[in-house]
Design a protein around this ligand. Structure first.
Ligand code: C2E
Ligand code: CA
Ligand code: CA
Length: 718
């Protein structure tokens, strides 16, 4: 048997035990342009086939060991044997053999004896057909492979017969069985119930309009999730314009869709709370504005800012702060979903709430019937936040300040509405937090004014525009001046004198209070020394302390330094702290107060009665003086409640061995009442307004001798 390794053209295997026949066959094969190998038995045939993989096999029926039928059947089971063309050579009279030949898988038969030229044409044809089949098979395999890679399937519908074919990958994507026949109904059923009608209608429309179709549909999977499938279809029409068939593809775009959704989420939602972020809020606001404009309806932006989130972060840690933010987001969502006045107009409740970042949230209210509706929502939102949040074993209380701006009254574009809601929110914060405010025109003017005031305030200290005035504090029994309260004044060359109520809050907001406060302490101490040097007896010097100063780390050091630099005796320095400062956090406050006391100075509680200090609290603080707030003194004559409060404060102070000082005494009646109740000291316009240092020196001189009193206090009181 010749070895034909390295063949380039086709190779034929001839199996026949008759050498003459083999010779004839060889002639025919070579005429067909193929090379030849010969075998004399069935066994040889199979062995040669496995080794050489010929492109065509010519098999004689009668062979000594194994006949042609058995050999053919065996060959079909070999690798590559399945598709090779096999030509059975049989006798002319043997009709039965022809039938059997096909049964065992022969491709064709030929009758012996044959004419080589004719057989050569037959062989050439068979080789060509086999090559074409192979090419087709390969391209189909490639297509299936490509479809699997692209998760793309194709289908075809014959319109007249409704016969539907779906490719392998198409079936996989649609969750259809791989072999059973499919109809248009099974296809529809494969789709998510909610999409079925949509799909059939779309296909129907494609058929009638002959326009291409491109839709997304959902396909449920056995594990309970769903796949998103993109379906495209096109109609092919016959010559008469009647639709003949529909070609289509289905593609599994689940992963792509998920990725798109993920990207969308990252871009448009806040990671912490899952609420829409500033960007999405803006988009929705623009939409809502366009629609409000069209329908001439009212819209409100509700801007909610949490009060003191920073404090929660600083004291309890950021993880608690984060959870509080999540908790707030949840309550807002729950409220907005439940509330008909919001949800009625927002088809998707979630859309109405957004987190702009940090501690700022917004709620969009559309189609408002009245402004009162917006106020109602704001009120309820504040209430819904009132209950404490339980986080990591803490009960955290938060309050919020809400600003509201209305379309079209407060602005017609997103920018100005947001800016005005922000101004309103800041206004709410100034009003004492946990309140809501509507925007008003004055707020903008306010804000602008504050801005110029701020820049002037920054320069005031360097330019020496501050000065201290002193208001005498008088002992009610001995009728002499026992101390003064230093009160700051700002003289601006153009704006004139600006009262502390106007600039102290601004100084606190901007942090300028630290420098200003230190200046006040140093100036007061220096003044005290100056009076002593001028020969006046020593009196108390009271200086006001802002809560921000009280929180300074090196407050004690600064004060000690001021005392040293001016060589002032600390016993005469009194610091006035408001009730609010002292009440904030009893534990740390007591320690801080004790450190101050160790400097040897005195402490006073200012504006007493306006906070919520209880007797038991005050007992624990190392303080010397309680200053009764002006508000109670003012209405002593008319308001019996105030009289009772003043009486109680004085009694309480005495029981704690503290000095009671009444502020803002303007009338003789007030003075008489206080004297009656045993109040120790007072200050007020009745004796003197706060005055410059030189004027106070005058007063001190006047008070030195009881005979030369210059104040118009009625005789009999002294
Ligand atoms: P305050 O500590 O309660 O000061 C008393 C305020 O009552 C002063 O207002 C004083 O002028 C005013 N007053 C005194 N007697 C009477 C009276 O008989 N009738 C009326 N109607 N008012 C009277 P002022 O000087 O405008 O100061 C306002 C607030 O500014 C002070 O309230 C204090 O909280 C703050 N302040 C003033 N100076 C300083 C300072 O140097 N540092 C700090 N942190 N705050 C200061
Ligand atoms: Ca004061
Ligand atoms: Ca006061």
């Amino acid at each position: 048997m010749p070895d034909v390794a390295g063949k380039t053209g086709p190779l034929a295997l001839v199996a026949d035990d008759d050498p003459v026949n083999r010779l004839l066959a060889r002639e025919a094969i070579e005429l067909a342009g193929a090379a030849v190998v010969e075998a004399e038995s069935g066994a040889q045939t199979l062995e040669a086939f496995a080794r050489l993989r010929p492109d065509i096999v010519l098999l004689d029926v009668v062979m000594p060991d194994m006949d042609g039928f058995a050999t053919c059947a065996e060959l079909r089971r070999l690798p590559y044997g399945e598709r090779v063309p096999v030509l059975i050579m049989t006798g002319l009279d043997d009709l039965e053999s022809i039938t059997r030949a096909y049964d065992v898988g022969a491709t064709d038969f030929t009758v012996k004896p044959f004419i080589p030229l004719i057989l050569s044409h037959r062989i050439r044809y068979m080789l060509r057909a086999s090559r074409a089949m192979e090419a087709l098979r390969e391209s189909e395999a490639n297509l299936a492979h490509a479809q699997r890679l692209a998760r793309l399937g194709n289908w075809q519908l014959e319109i007249p017969t409704s016969a539907l074919t779906v490719s392998e990958e198409g079936r996989r994507i649609l969750g259809l069985p791989q072999t059973a026949p499919v109809t248009i109904e099974t296809l529809a059923h494969a789709v998510h119930v909610e999409d079925q009608e949509f799909v059939t209608q779309s296909l129907q429309a494609t058929l009638t309009d002959k326009a291409p179709l491109a839709i997304n549909l959902r396909v449920p999977t056995p594990d309970g999730t769903e796949r998103i499938v993109h379906m495209q279809a096109e109609v092919v029409c016959g010559a008469a314009g009647t639709p003949e068939r529909m070609f289509g593809t289905v593609q599994d775009v689940t992963d792509r869709k998920r990725a798109e959704e993920q990207i969308h989420r990252l871009a448009y939602y806040d990671g912490l709370t899952n609420l829409p972020n500033r960007r999405l809020f803006r988009d929705r606001l623009l939409q809502a504005l366009a629609s409000a404009q069209r329908r001439q309806s009212t819209l409100a932006i509700l801007l909610l800012n949490l009060d003191r989130l920073k404090r929660i972060n600083d004291t309890l840690g950021h993880s608690v702060g984060d959870q509080v933010l999540r908790g707030v987001a949840e309550r807002l969502m729950v409220y907005v979903r439940r509330s008909d006045s919001v949800a009625r107009h927002a088809p998707d409740g979630a859309a109405a709430v957004s987190r702009l970042g940090g501690d700022e949230f917004t709620v969009l209210l559309t189609d408002l019937e009245s402004v009162q509706d917006a106020a109602k929502v704001a009120r309820r939102l504040l209430k819904s936040l009132a209950k404490p949040f339980k986080v990591e074993g803490h009960e955290v209380f938060v309050t919020a300040s809400i600003g509201l701006s209305l379309f079209p009254a407060d602005g017609t574009d997103a920018e100005s509405l947001l800016k005005n809601a922000d101004a309103a929110m800041n206004h709410a914060k100034e009003q004492g937090r946990n309140v809501y405010r509507f925007y008003s025109q004055e707020m903008n003017a306010d804000a602008a004014q504050r801005l110029t005031l701020e820049s002037k305030l920054r320069r005031a200290l360097d330019r020496g525009e501050f000065e201290l005035h002193y208001q005498p504090q008088v002992d009610l029994r001995r009728w002499n001046i026992v101390g003064v309260e230093a009160l700051i004044r700002w003289r601006h060359p153009e704006l004139g004198t600006i009262p502390p109520a106007k600039f102290i809050p601004l100084a606190e907001e901007t942090g300028l209070i630290h420098a200003i406060g230190e200046w006040a302490i140093r100036t007061a101490c220096a003044q005290h020394r100056a009076w002593l040097a001028a020969g006046f007896p020593p009196i108390r010097m009271a200086v006001n302390l802002s809560s921000l100063q009280f929180e300074e780390q090196d407050l004690c050091k600064k004060i000690a330094q001021a005392l040293r630099d001016t060589s002032m005796d600390p016993r005469y320095l009194e610091l006035e702290l408001t009730e609010g400062i002292v009440m904030r956090d009893a534990g740390t406050t007591i320690a801080a107060l004790q450190r101050l006391k160790q400097l040897g100075l005195r402490l006073a509680i200012d504006d007493f009665g306006t906070g919520y200090s209880s007797l038991s609290y005050l007992k624990r603080f190392p303080i010397d003086t309680v200053k009764i707030d002006r508000a109670f003194v003012r209405d002593l004559a008319e308001n019996s409640d105030d009289a009772a409060i003043v009486t109680a404060i004085i009694a309480m102070a005495h029981s704690l061995k503290l000095r009671a000082l009444a502020e803002g005494v303007e009338t003789r009646q007030q003075l008489a009442f206080l004297q009656q109740q045993g109040c120790d000291e007072f200050q007020g316009y009745l004796v003197s307004k706060p005055v410059p240092a030189e004027d106070l020196a005058q007063l001190l001189r006047g008070f030195r001798s009881p005979d030369t009193r210059e104040v118009s206090v009625p005789a009999g009181l002294g």
